[in-house]
Structures are given as structure tokens and as C-alpha cells.
Design a protein around this ligand. Structure first.
Ligand code: FEO
Length: 396
């Protein structure tokens, strides 16, 4: 990714990762970028770095603008190694004594990652730093995405360096929102659903705080994907809406199957929901990646989960999905379970227990069928689907 001036004397100097397809369990079918930014001022400042293996690309990009040794300050907005992995190379190159600004928890977490005695300058939230012509303000954003996360705001340019927030895992020729248009929104939504969903209450608080502070924002520069310069409010408002987790009249039937019994049950439930005039999707867990399903979960009103019973338990992909979804803490859902089994049939209750622990409203005890569903069994699935469909119809 070539260096690019994104605002007056502020350059994007990060790296593009065309080939990554699995970002710690998130399917990145369109790659990603690790954005880093260079401010040219009396004090030349680098904000964030890139994943370790992209350090050469970062250094080459910086070198097209200035000699990296001229960097005076480094700011780490977030410790996670997709943004800090190249820090040891950078510090070694520019001088290990150069000031490294971060949050207090950034100091702690960077120390625990790299075990180096760098010249840390932990900053309070609201702390300011003068670079010469430009002034920076730091704003702690704990848990967006990690406890150490913070934003850096460039006052003169009304530009927010937002770290993970407002990002998207997307590698492409486009660098700005006006170049890609609405095609970026599904990537932003997937990123929110799989990385930030559990922090929805904090996001709503943060947006209120930024509004209260009266920070005007002309440009948002996240650490992944495109930069929001045409309409930064669009992604802020999308975050507000996604954070509210208002359920839509939409159901997902998520399942796996061994000998097609659970599939037949799933598809009967989907048909019955659709018959009620409600959108329902069948999502087989070995055809859909967990992160694609989670993106659909974001605005679904109902999630119905099915599994064969195997060795007295859940099918492994079903366990995987439930664990993943539970960690992301979706809110305001109704749920139900169904299972097929040979002789013991524990899967249904295990699913119900997991959905209950996620505070889903369980609208029916579920359907459990031994071996292969007959007409009566499929009618029970049909009744379950109709019940779900009717409940979703009642949503405002
Ligand atoms: Fe892109 Fe939390 O790292």
C-alpha cells in the first residue's frame, strides 16, 4: 500500500495484507490493512505500526516521506500486535530513547508484550501533546478494543485516529469512503458484529462523551480499511444503531447435521417461519463461517440452533458457534433449540442451557427427534417455526 497524504501533512504509511483469510478466527475473505499514520511537524510523529511481518513495508513507506530516523515521537493507540508488532523494529531504527506515548494501560500491556525499557510516556485521557503547528488530544477508549485502547485527535485537522474503532477488514484499491461508497458498509458491519458487539454499551457511552466534548470530526482514520472523509458521521451513526441491537423481523436457523435428520428439521423450521411472512435463513455450520453467521446475528430477532447428539453432547461445530456467539454477547433475541439423536438426545437441553446463559428468551422447549424425522416429527418442527414467526411478527 503506497503512502498517501490523507490530510495536511498527515500520511497513511501502513501496509496491506491481501492474503490473510483468518484473523484470529474471523474470516477475512477480502484481506485487511494495518493502517499507520505519520504526521510531519516540528516533532515528526508516527501513530501505530503494523503487524510484525509487514515492518519492511511500513519502513519503506515512511522512507518515501522522510528518513525514519527523523521520527521524534511514536504514539501507540492500541497494543494488539496487528498494530504493535513492528514496534521493536521501529524503535530500534529511530532510537530506543525516543518518547513512546500511550495510555497507562498501554504502557503496562506494551511492557508485557515486548519486555523492553522504552521511553514510555503514559498519557491521561484528555492529555494533550503539541507537535509544533498541530496539537493532539488523547482520549482513552477502554475495551474498544482492549483495555489499553485510545484515540488520538488532531485538533487543527479535526481528524480522529480511531485505532480499531470504525475499521473494516478490507483490502482494496480504494482508500476513502467516497471511493468505495456503500459497498464498504457490509465490511464495517461484519467487523462490528465480530469484534465490538460485546462492547455496545461502551460505544453508546463513548459517542455521547465525544458529542459532549464537542469534538468536531471531519475525518476518521481507523487502523483497518478505508478512511472516512466524506461522511464520518455515517459510520458513527451506524455504530450507534448497531450498538442498540434492535431486533429485526428476521430469524436464523443455525445447525449442523450428521445424517441429514437435523438438516431436514432445520429446513422445515425455516420454511414455516418464511410462511409467516418473516425472513428466515438456514445456516449450516460447515457451509457458513462463524463470523459470517455472527454478522447475521447482529440484527436478527431470533436464533434457533440445532445439533445432532454425538457422544452424549453437541456436534463440535455447534459448540464452537455457541461459544463464539456467547463471547460476543448479543442482546434482545428470542431463541429455541432442536436436535436429532440416536439413543440419548442431550443436545437440545445443552443448546437451551447455552441460549439461556446468553439471556435469550427461550420461546419453546424445542423439538427432539430420534434418528430420522417422520411426518409427525416434521410437523413438530413446522409448529416451532410458526411459533417463532408469529413472535417476530409481533415486534414493532
Ligand atoms: Fe486491530 Fe485490536 O487490533
Amino acid at each position: 500500500m503506497k503512502p498517501l497524504e490523507v490530510a495536511r501533512d498527515i500520511y497513511s504509511v501502513g501496509a496491506i495484507d491481501w492474503n490473510i483469510r483468518d484473523f484470529h478466527g474471523y474470516s477475512t475473505y477480502q484481506g485487511t490493512t494495518y493502517n499507520a499514520y505519520l504526521i510531519i511537524d516540528d516533532k515528526i510523529t508516527l501513530i501505530d505500526t503494523v503487524k510484525r511481518e509487514f515492518a519492511d513495508e511500513l519502513l519503506n513507506n515512511i522512507s518515501e516521506i522522510i528518513d525514519p530516523k527523523k521520527i521524534d515521537y511514536v504514539i501507540s493507540n492500541h497494543t494488539e500486535m496487528d498494530h504493535s508488532g513492528a514496534l521493536p523494529r521501529i524503535m530500534h531504527r529511530i532510537g530506543e530513547d525516543k518518547p513512546l506515548f500511550c495510555s497507562k494501560l498501554g504502557h503496562k500491556n506494551l511492557s508485557l508484550h515486548f519486555h523492553e525499557k522504552w521511553n514510555y510516556k503514559p498519557m491521561e485521557s484528555g492529555g494533550e501533546l503539541n507537535l509544533g503547528k498541530k496539537n493532539l488530544v488523547f482520549l482513552e477508549t477502554r475495551m474498544l478494543h482492549w483495555p489499553d485502547s485510545m484515540f488520538t485527535y488532531v485538533k487543527e485537522e479535526k481528524l480522529l485516529l480511531s485505532s480499531d474503532a470504525f475499521g473494516q477488514h478490507y483490502a482494496g484499491a480504494e482508500r476513502f469512503d467516497d471511493e468505495i461508497g456503500d459497498a464498504i458498509m457490509p465490511h464495517a458491519q461484519k467487523y462490528f458484529a465480530n469484534i465490538l458487539l460485546l462492547y455496545s454499551p461502551l460505544i453508546l457511552k463513548l459517542v455521547n462523551k465525544v458529542t459532549d466534548m464537542g469534538l468536531a470530526i471531519d475525518t476518521i482514520c481507523p487502523d483497518h480499511g478505508i478512511i472516512w472523509r466524506k461522511d464520518p458521521n455515517k459510520i458513527i451513526q451506524a455504530y450507534v444503531e448497531w450498538s442498540k441491537q434492535k431486533p429485526k423481523k428476521k430469524a436464523l436457523v443455525v445447525y449442523d447435521t450428521m445424517w441429514e435428520s437435523t438438516r431436514k428439521m432445520a429446513e422445515t423450521i425455516v420454511d414455516a417461519i418464511n410462511d409467516e411472512g418473516i425472513e428466515a435463513k438456514s445456516m449450516h455450520l460447515r457451509s457458513w463461517h462463524r463470523s459470517e453467521i455472527m454478522t447475521e446475528v447482529l440484527d436478527a430477532g431470533a436464533v434457533i440452533v440445532g445439533s445432532p447428539t454425538i457422544n452424549n453432547g453437541l456436534f463440535p461445530t455447534v459448540s464452537d458457534f455457541l461459544t463464539y456467539m456467547k463471547g460476543l454477547r448479543p442482546q434482545n433475541k428470542i431463541g429455541a433449540a432442536f436436535c436429532s439423536y440416536g439413543w440419548s438426545g442431550e443436545a437440545m437441553n445443552l443448546i437451551n442451557k447455552e441460549l439461556e446463559s446468553m439471556k435469550f428468551e427461550i420461546v419453546d422447549p424445542g423439538v427432539k427427534i430420534q434418528f430420522v424425522p417422520d411426518k409427525e416429527g416434521l410437523e413438530a418442527c413446522n409448529r416451532l417455526g410458526k411459533k417463532i414467526g408469529q413472535r417476530l411478527s409481533d415486534l414493532s
